[in-house]
Design a protein around this ligand. Structure first.
Ligand code: THG
Length: 376
């Protein structure tokens, strides 16, 4: 492969874009039509920093869909199969969205900012179109917008020290997934205890896109004492930890049951939600496929360009969705979406990658349990 991605105005730029370029971003992906850093060129250092120190990530491409108005809560409850229960202001929640056939559309984090104002912090699919259509067709009295909000993640065991130095000791008492609206020297923000890693940390939702460079610099300065460096949602750590990547791990017709989100589906809720009947059917019949952990042989791999086709005893069994070499298991690992009859632990699998053929097996998830340190 010998091409580059063309830079144009159609691909959106994050408020942190100039800062990430200055700090040496080497690889970008496109997510929600916006450039998102993937690496700064030293994958080992980026992994180590996340596991043992602290890293700052431009995740502005996790756009917000704001639902505001009299019927906002009712609409949010109708959009997700998850029971929001108390749904307190200041409490975030991981809420899958499904269509009427039970297919997973996105897996956002929900934030309730006020009684009648919610954000869906979305993964890579167009939720704005979907929510606007559902709201209009259903006659919900709401406005649905993409606000000027851009998350910056601070992740790793030392993230708490950086965020305490920036905001004060109260951030230590924030519970997992809870958040508070605040500011930093006049920069309006939401501070949340969340992020797409299992190493702990915070997300700063910048509420003024003109202040991206200023916020980046303040975090970088406060983090210097703790060895902060730039990073990105870490591919290796997320495969090890079993965090779902919508669109990478999932297929367009995947249901939450096949990708490990069954705990988020509350079929016993008395109220209706989109996909309820279809999901009840899948729950009864069982999902057609299963997202599983795998290990496999061969030289250390870095990534897969395509979903690799998997065979079991010569039969087509599914696809490998993500691969990497795990520093903590010291072997190749991955995530595969396999037909349920081929998804049992211990099933022997074979597949061909871009560079070699591999043999492996289905193993339990998470591939690396939380708290496992890197071997020295
Ligand atoms: N932060 C914010 N927005 C986001 C993401 C994020 N939008 C896109 C994407 N990530 C949404 N997907 C996820 C997937 C997993 C998690 C968060 C967002 C996650 N999962 C934990 C787990 O699986 O162990 C906890 C889930 C739970 O039990 O509630 O953190 O990262 N702002």
């Amino acid at each position: 492969m010998s091409f580059q991605i063309a830079l144009g105005p159609r691909e959106r730029k994050s408020p942190f874009y100039d800062s990430t370029v200055t700090d040496g971003v080497s690889h970008m992906t496109i997510y929600n039509d916006m450039f998102m850093p993937v690496s700064y060129g030293d994958i080992d250092a980026e992994y180590r920093r996340l596991m043992q120190g602290v890293a700052m990530w431009d995740v502005a491409a996790e756009r917000q869909v704001e639902i505001q108005g009299k019927d906002a809560e009712r609409l949010v409850r109708y959009l997700t199969p998850r029971d929001l229960k108390d749904c307190a202001i200041g409490k975030g929640k991981y809420v899958p969205l499904c269509d009427h056939e039970g297919r997973l559309l996105n897996d956002p984090v929900l934030l309730r900012l006020e009684d009648d104002r919610f954000w869906l912090s979305i993964a890579d699919s167009n939720v704005l179109l979907w929510v606007r259509a559902i709201a209009a067709e259903g006659g919900f009295d709401v406005s649905v917008q993409e606000p000027d909000v851009s998350p910056l993640a601070i992740q790793g065991p030392k993230a708490v020290d950086v965020v305490v130095d920036l905001f004060g000791g109260w951030v230590r008492d924030l519970k997992y997934f809870w958040f508070r609206q605040t500011e930093l020297d006049g920069i309006p923000l939401v501070v949340a205890r969340s992020g797409w890693s299992k190493q702990g940390g915070y997300e700063l939702y910048l509420r003024d896109g003109t202040r991206g460079g200023a916020l980046w610099d303040k975090v970088k300065k406060a983090g210097a004492a703790y060895g902060i460096g730039p990073g990105a949602p870490n591919y290796i750590e997320r495969v090890e930890s079993g965090l779902l990547s919508y669109g990478a791990d999932t297929m367009p017709d995947s249901t939450p049951y096949e990708v490990g989100l069954e705990k988020m589906i509350d079929l016993d809720r008395p109220d209706d939600f989109i996909g309820k009947q279809a999901l009840a059917r899948v729950a009864k019949e069982g999902p057609a496929r299963r997202l599983v952990g795998i290990t496999f042989d061969g030289d250390p791999v870095s990534t897969n360009e395509h979903p690799w086709s998997v065979r079991v005893d010569g039969h087509i069994a599914g696809t490998v969705r993500a691969v990497c070499h795990s520093p903590r298991r010291a072997e190749n690992i991955g995530i595969a979406l396999l037909e349920t009859k081929y998804a049992d632990i211990g099933t022997v699998i074979e597949f061909k990658g871009e560079k070699a053929s591999y043999k492996g097996e289905v193993v339990p998830q998470p591939l690396v349990p939380p708290g496992t340190p890197i071997p020295e």
